[in-house]
Write a protein that binds this ligand. Sequence first.
Ligand code: FES
Length: 150
Amino acid sequence: MDNGRIEQIIDKHEGAASSLIQILLEIQSENHWLPKEALTRVSERLGVPLTRVLHIATFYKAFSLVPKGRHAVHICTGTACHVRGAQRILDAVQDTAGIKPGETDLDMRFSLETVNCLGCCALGPVMEINGKTYGKISPAETAAVLQKYE
Ligand code: FES
């Protein structure tokens, strides 16, 4: 994300300190994570101490301070999905994208995380990409779905 875009987002909110969280959300949404330079610039422009900005950025789960891929992949490893073969889905993602849970591939395409339950246990095993749910998915289908995301 270039500096000009960060300035635009801050300008849109007229540099208001009360818009801190909204500004961080917009940067997170476009860039998928919050680089240190962006946080520093937000701190300077809004006149909010960097420690406060960092506190917010680490407090809310919606924010990431480490680089994230363009697509967030969640594999449910909760009990219902586990007994329906979640591990094979996880293996398929690892084989296709080359990443383990908690990792992001070098092309910044996918970030992979496991979750305990996505709230649709009857559809297990379940994979979610950018909030879209893929239920009763097979390892072969998993690989095919991933190919659709650039
Ligand atoms: S255990 Fe996987 S959706 Fe509930």
